[in-house]
Write a protein that binds this ligand. Structure first.
Ligand code: SF4
Length: 389
C-alpha cells in the first residue's frame, strides 16, 4: 500500500473557487457574494494565490482545471475571459477544463467565448424540473425544460455538458425527474449528478426547519427518494461511476472529480477552497475580505492546516475510492507495512451478505454492490475497524 500511496502523491487537478452568484439559494451554505462588482479585487487575489502555488509546487502533471463556485458565469464577460486566460498561463496543456454555471447566466456569446477560451466541459446547476420545487430551493429563475436547454447549449458550445439536480423537498416529483433523465440520456447529455437535499447549518432552509415551516423528516425523506432514483437511473442506462454521479458512457465521466476520488493530490485556490498535497490538508479562509487581505499582504490564505499520518490518508483514499464503480484493489487492505493491521485481510463475509461484488472480490478488487453503496459509510467503518483491531 505504501507504494500505491506514494504513486498518488502527484498533483493532477486544480480547483478554483469563484464565489459569486446571482442570488443565494435556500439550501446553500457556501461562501458566496452577490456583489459581482467585487470581482476585480477578488481575481487579483486569486491570481496571486495561483502564482504562489506555482512557485511552491510542481504542476507539470496537471491534467484538469475545475472552475467552480459560486457561479463563475455570473462574472461580466471580460472578467470571465481574463480569469480563464490567467488561470491557464504557465500550466501544461490540460485534458479537461470545466466551468460551473447556471442556465440563467449564459448567452450564445458567453457559450462561444467559453469554448474559444479552452473550456471543454460545462456543468450546469439545473437543480429542478418543476417550478414549485425550484421555489422551495430558493431559485427565482424559471424552470427550463432541460432537454430544450441542452439543445440551446449544444448549438453554441461543442464540449461536454453536465447537469446537476437535487432530489427531495417540497414540489419534487420522482416521475417528472425520471422522465427528464430518460429524455436527457436519449438526447446525449454527457453527465448527470443527483444529490439528495440536505439541510445545512446557516442556510435559510435550516431556519425554516427550526421554525417548523418544513417537516422535520425532509432530509430523511429526500435520502429515501434519492436511493430509489439512483437505482432507476442505473436501470435506464446511465452509467453510475460514482455514488451520485452518472455518465452517458465511460468516456464522459468528470475526469477532474474522478482523479480526486482516486486519491491523487489535488490543489485548490480561492476563498474557502481546500486541497491536499503530500498528506497536508489545508482550507482557505471563507471570507472574501480576509482572503484578499491575506493575499495582498503576502500571507498564506489558509485558515486550517492538518498533517495526515499514513492511516488517516489511507482512510480518506479508501473512502473516496469505495464510492467509485471500479472500487480499489483488495491489496490496499493487506497488512504489509502497516504495523497495526491484521495479517491477510478477509472480508468474504461482506461478499456473502451481498455488500461486495463477488466476482470482483475473487479477482482481487473491492467493489461495492448497489446494496453495499446504500450503506457505504457503515461498511467502510466496519472494514476500517477490522483493519485496526
Ligand atoms: S447557485 Fe450554487 S453556489 Fe450559488 S447560492 Fe445557489 S447553490 Fe450556492
Amino acid at each position: 500500500m505504501h507504494d500505491a500511496l506514494s504513486a498518488l502523491q502527484k498533483i493532477r487537478t486544480l480547483y478554483v473557487q469563484v464565489p459569486f452568484c446571482p442570488e443565494r439559494c435556500h439550501y446553500c451554505s457556501l461562501p458566496v457574494s452577490l456583489q459581482t462588482e467585487r470581482a476585480p479585487a477578488y481575481l487579483r487575489a486569486l491570481f496571486r494565490e495561483k502564482k504562489r502555488l506555482m512557485e511552491r509546487e510542481d504542476l507539470s502533471g496537471l491534467e484538469t482545471l475545475y472552475v467552480g463556485g459560486g457561479t463563475p458565469t455570473v462574472l461580466p464577460l471580460p472578467h470571465l475571459q481574463e480569469l480563464l486566460e490567467e488561470l491557464q498561463k504557465g500550466l501544461p496543456p490540460l485534458a479537461e477544463i470545466t466551468v460551473e454555471s447556471r442556465p440563467d447566466t449564459v448567452t450564445p456569446e458567453i457559450l462561444h467565448r467559453l469554448r474559444s477560451s479552452g473550456v471543454t466541459r460545462l456543468s450546469f446547476g439545473m437543480e429542478s424540473v418543476r417550478s414549485e420545487h425550484m421555489r422551495f430551493l430558493g431559485r427565482t429563475m424559471n424552470v427550463l425544460e432541460p432537454v430544450r436547454f441542452l439543445e440551446f447549449v449544444r448549438n453554441h458550445f461543442s464540449g461536454f455538458v453536465s447537469m446537476d439536480f437535487i432530489a427531495g423537498g417540497e414540489g419534487f416529483s420522482e416521475d417528472a425527474f425520471l422522465q427528464e433523465a430518460q429524455s436527457l440520456l436519449a438526447e446525449g447529455l454527457d453527465h448527470l449528478s443527483l444529490y439528495p437535499l440536505t439541510v445545512e447549518e446557516q442556510t435559510s432552509l435550516k431556519g425554516r426547519l427550526r421554525r417548523g415551516e418544513i417537516s422535520a423528516g425532509t432530509e430523511d425523506a429526500a435520502g429515501r427518494i434519492w436511493e430509489r432514483i439512483v437505482r432507476a437511473l442505473s436501470s435506464m442506462g446511465w452509467f453510475r461511476y460514482e455514488v451520485a454521479n452518472f455518465s452517458r458512457s465511460p468516456d464522459t465521466v468528470c475526469r477532474h472529480n474522478h482523479l480526486v476520488w482516486q486519491g491523487y493530490d489535488h490543489a485548490g485556490i480561492g476563498a474557502g477552497a481546500h486541497q491536499r498535497i503530500r498528506s497536508v490538508r489545508t482550507i482557505n479562509v471563507r471570507s472574501l475580505v480576509s482572503y484578499e487581505e491575506r493575499l495582498f499582504s503576502m500571507k498564506a490564505p489558509f485558515e486550517g492546516r492538518e498533517s495526515l499520518d499514513q492511516d488517516e490518508r489511507l482512510l480518506e483514499i479508501l473512502y473516496t475510492n469505495a464510492r467509485l464503480s471500479n472500487g480499489f484493489p483488495l491489496s490496499w487492505l493487506s497488512s504489509e507495512d502497516r504495523s497495526n493491521a491484521i495479517g491477510g485481510a478477509d472480508f468474504s463475509d461482506l461478499v456473502e451478505e451481498g455488500y461486495l461484488d463477488s466476482r470482483a472480490y475473487s479477482s482481487g478488487r473491492v467493489i461495492f454492490t448497489e446494496k453495499g453503496r446504500d450503506l457505504l459509510d457503515g461498511l467502510m467503518g466496519e472494514i476500517w475497524s477490522r483493519l485496526r483491531s
